[in-house]
Design a protein around this ligand. Structure first.
Ligand code: ZN
Length: 74
C-alpha cells in the first residue's frame, strides 16, 4: 500500500477572510494607508465631502490600513 495521504483542504485557509478586508467588492485592492492616522484623515475627508461614514481598520493582508463601511444592516 503506497497511497499517500494528501491534504486537499490545506489551500483554503485564511485567504478569503483576509482578502475581504483588502479587496473591494469588485475585486480591486482598496487604497492602502501606512498608518491609522492617515486612514482616519482620509475617512474624515470622505465624511466632509460626501457625508460617507467610513471605518478604518488594520489589514493583515498587506500590513496597511484601509477604510470600509461600518457593518450596519439597513
Ligand atoms: Zn490590505
Amino acid at each position: 500500500m503506497g497511497r499517500k495521504n494528501r491534504a486537499p483542504k490545506a489551500s483554503s485557509r485564511q485567504a478569503s477572510s483576509l482578502g475581504n478586508a483588502h479587496f473591494r467588492a469588485d475585486g480591486a485592492p482598496k487604497t492602502k494607508y501606512s498608518s491609522e492616522r492617515e486612514a482616519a484623515s482620509a475617512a474624515h475627508m470622505r465624511w466632509v465631502e460626501d457625508k460617507v461614514e467610513l471605518n478604518v481598520y488594520p489589514c493583515e493582508f498587506c500590513g496597511g490600513w484601509h477604510m470600509g463601511r461600518p457593518s450596519r444592516s439597513g
